[in-house]
Design a protein around this ligand. Structure first.
Ligand SMILES: Cc1ncc(COP(=O)(O)O)c(C=O)c1O
Length: 491
């Protein structure tokens, strides 16, 4: 008899969403099954092993759910007699309020409109695994390096660097002073520490700029193609985005003036257009500033990797040309490492407090101890030395990648000229399916990003972004050989 009972079916359990928090969902579904009489007092449950097998979940998860319900009095376990619905529930069943039904899978639930909009963003912004040619992977062993660890240990051990209370949302003053010095020297940015707001990276800086500068339905310009993290922010803010094509000189300001001269802001990547890679020409910079001045519009300058320049003289920042109209965004993700989650906004002085407000309602501020560590790392000269070191290393890796590609590229593929950053762009023939190719590459252990989904209005051009910073020469060469096979097969 016990054998027959051990195979008892509880059909409602098969509807639980197994994507996350399975133990909690299983416990809730069991409570529901008991309350609505699907499982009756005294009835014996399947063994944890067979239930785990039939639901295709870990046995430990079932054990945890059973333990929880035993502790709550829903179930009782006796050695040798398995787990049963508590007999004492005979009288309670009729008085227990029926718990809400177990949550069904996301597809079956009616989701709020913002949730449905945000889910694909999580997928689109999920980072690649650290295999060639993932973009945001820093050189292993070099970032973070031993100096970072030493300074970190020292600072975190000091009382001053780890206060227990809340802090100013603008950030730690020592770090804001260090950032202001750095951008003044390296990027000709005009600023005082009072204009620096520490962020958890440029992603947050973009969102804050949107919150401070724009209202729902305001028209804005963004480049076409553009960084998906930016397009997601603009969609989320509910503004009207006009995608302005980029050409060999960067964003085509004349086209922007034709499409929507009354835009309130332009979001641009002037020193290294993302994803294509060209800098914005001086003539276009001047035209963009003239437009912003005339229309009292704002320029949001995303300067994500300008420290990593391998040839020639960089254009100074746009902020330096017109500090009153430009919001400058910088990050330590490329030049140090992205898991640090520290960056900065340099705002025109009258807007600094508003940016601090935007920061405060998001998450108040970044961890204080990490800000002190970074301030000391910069102040003690390690940051400058680190930049010089990785610039040399990444330049070598980039040269190896370009040379290896040149030897194997099929006709119709070519590399976009550019001399900055941690990635290059490989253009594919017009008819190529870059998304499919990126999927196949991932199965072959290569992480490339397709750029056609980064286009808005104009016909998308297929291409692949190849990151090189995190991978030694031999690994890059082997990866290029593998990529070449895929390219030849699909050409
Ligand atoms: C163009 C561009 N802007 C912003 C970001 C976001 O950087 P962060 O890690 O500082 O949020 C990235 C990251 O790859 C980027 O490529």
């Amino acid at each position: 008899m016990s054998k027959r009972r051990a195979t008892i079916e509880i059909p409602s359990l098969h509807g639980i969403d197994r994507s996350a928090h399975v133990g909690r969902r299983l416990a809730q579904a069991l409570r529901h099954a008991i309350a609505c009489g699907e499982l009756r007092p005294g009835e014996r449950l399947p063994s944890t092993r067979s239930l785990a097998a039939s639901l295709k979940i870990a046995r430990g998860t079932v054990v945890e759910a059973f333990d929880q319900l035993t502790a709550e009095g829903y179930l009782e376990a006796r050695v040798g007699a398995g787990t049963r619905v508590a007999a004492a529930l005979t009288d309670m069943a009729s008085v227990l309020p029926p718990p809400p039904p177990a949550p069904a899978s996301a597809e079956a639930m009616e989701l709020p409109a913002p949730a449905a909009r945000l889910m694909p963003i999580a997928r689109a912004l999920t980072p690649h695994p650290p295999v060639p040619f993932a973009i945001a992977v820093p050189a292993s062993g070099i970032a973070p390096d031993d100096n970072w660890r030493r300074v970190g240990n020292r600072m975190r051990a000091s009382r001053r660097a780890a206060p227990a209370g809340y802090h100013d949302p603008m950030g730690v003053l020592e770090l804001r002073i260090a950032i202001a010095d750095h951008v003044r020297r390296a990027r000709a940015v005009h600023c005082e520490p009072e204009q620096v707001i520490v962020t958890s990276g440029t992603q947050q800086g973009l969102y804050m700029a949107g919150r401070v500068l724009l209202s729902r339905d305001d028209p804005v310009w963004s480049e076409d193609p553009a960084y998906p993290g930016l397009t997601a922010v603009l969609d989320d803010l509910g503004v009207r985005t006009h995608r302005i094509p980029v050409d060999a000189q960067g964003i085509n300001v004349e086209r922007g003036l034709e499409l929507c001269p009354e835009a309130r802001a332009a979001f641009v990547t002037p020193s290294h257009q993302y994803p294509v890679g060209m800098p914005l020409s001086m003539a276009r910079r001047n035209a963009l500033i003239a437009w912003a001045e005339q229309n009292r519009a704002w320029i949001v300058e995303d300067d994500y990797d300008s420290e990593l320049r391998y040839a020639g003289h960089p254009f100074p920042s746009m902020q330096g040309l017109r500090p009153s109209r430009v919001i400058y965004l910088g990050t330590f993700s490329k030049v140090l490492f992205p898991s640090l989650r520290l960056g900065y906004v340099i705002a025109p002085a009258p807007l600094a407090e508003a940016f601090a407000g935007a920061r405060a309602i998001l998450d108040r501020h970044s961890p204080i101890s990490e800000q002190h560590v970074l301030a000391a790392y910069i102040r003690e000269g390690y940051f400058e030395a680190h930049i010089r070191r990785i610039r040399g290393l990444y330049a070598e890796r980039r040269a190896v990648l370009l040379a290896a590609l040149e030897r194997v590229l099929p006709e119709g593929c070519h590399v976009q000229p550019s001399d900055q950053g941690m990635h290059i762009l490989l253009w594919l023939p017009k008819e190529a399916d870059d998304v499919r190719l990126a999927g196949r590459a991932l199965s072959a252990g290569l992480a490339v990003r397709a750029i056609s989904p980064m286009y808005g209005a104009q016909p998308a051009r297929p291409g692949l972004m190849l990151g090189f910073g995190g991978f030694p020469q031999e690994q890059l060469q082997a990866a290029v050989a593998e990529l070449a096979k895929l390219l030849h097969r699909s050409s």
